[in-house]
Write a protein that binds this ligand. Sequence first.
Ligand SMILES: Cc1ncc(COP(=O)(O)O)c(C=O)c1O
Length: 423
Amino acid sequence: MSELAILGGPKSRAESYPPWPVWDQRDIDAVAEVIKSGRWGGYPYPGPKTAELAQKFAEMQGGGYAVPMANGTVTMEVALRAAGIGWGDEVIVPAYTFQATASAPMAAGAVPVIVDVDPNTYCLDPRAAEKAITSKTKAIIPVHLGSNMADMDAIMVLAEKYHLVVIEDCAHAHGARWQGMGAGTIGHFGSFSLQSSKTLTTGEGGILLCKTLELAAKAASIIDCGRPHALGGGEEDYSLEFQVGGNFRLSEIAAALALVGIERFPEQARQREAMAAYMDEALSEIPGVRVLKRDERHTTRSFYRYVFAINPADFGVEHDVLCAALDAEGIDCWVGYEAMHNYSLFQPQKSKLAVPSAFPQYFDFKNMNLPEATRACEHEAVWLDEAVFRCGPQGVDDAVKAVKKIQKNAAELHKAADELRGK
Ligand SMILES: Cc1ncc(COP(=O)(O)O)c(C=O)c1O
């Protein structure tokens, strides 16, 4: 019999990893309190729980003015609009990310310009970004992907040199720090998702950290149906102008859940960080595995997912086959996003949206050359669920044991690969 679970052998881990999100009586009490208060919704904005969340989240990240809202996509659209960026302006985004990083500029009427990533971190490559800058470039959205951070020093140098607005997409980077500075507090904006898979969650939600009170007031207005907001949030100031806006407020129920999540977060982050260091060491001994390089300026890591790379020639199989085999071993695993230029949803002929239809020249995906993102997405990247860190060393040991077992039996797995892929 094969040693590999995918070929009928025993699993490396019999028990499932624990589910996410975690909850206890505190969450129930927090929601019950809001229900009993009768103040469920986000109007008038911000409600008391939302205001408390704004303050506590800015404290947790170490700066900025926080504007809680509906999700971590609209956060980026609102940031662009608050910065006065819109129709036809170019916004640089990395080729390796969730589609929201590119669709948010499109929703604001701007054009996403896709650039390659750094193979060491899989985050936006500042050199590729600089080459893509034109007189129309107005903003750049680095994504802190999986468990890494983009090189914020280099990105802020570009921002200063070319007068660009920087929106950090921190959907994966709650609690992360770069040279001691919180993710989302370095650029002009930090965009956070609180969607249910995220390490701080309310089920659905988002928070936009803004560098200045003025930007925060504009953002609060845009998400509150355009009502004027005074600097510092809080009371409406009707001496200010209304603007076009929508209802993207966060509900008080969601804010209450996020407040409990913030209480739990430091201990969870400590455990993930300790287990990830243990994982780095153990994985780096396996032939064909490349632990992503940790930039020493990335002083605190956060782990939405633990991402590592394989060199398929040395490991013995491609990453999709490894991931399928890991899943069968009982280790929750994912190959990660597609490269952005392969996302069919942005192709102008498939969309009647204003962008990309009005700007087809930016969406000539076949002629885009993005070798690093393509390599990561099609051959190398392996995303492990953060749940592997929530069972202490045993959770990590099981995952490492499974990767080792698969590597040892890679020749057998390689022979079965076509069949496993359903070819
Ligand atoms: C990198 C990235 N950016 C943005 C988002 C969008 O967040 P939301 O789902 O809250 O809109 C996500 C994921 O959900 C993401 O992974």
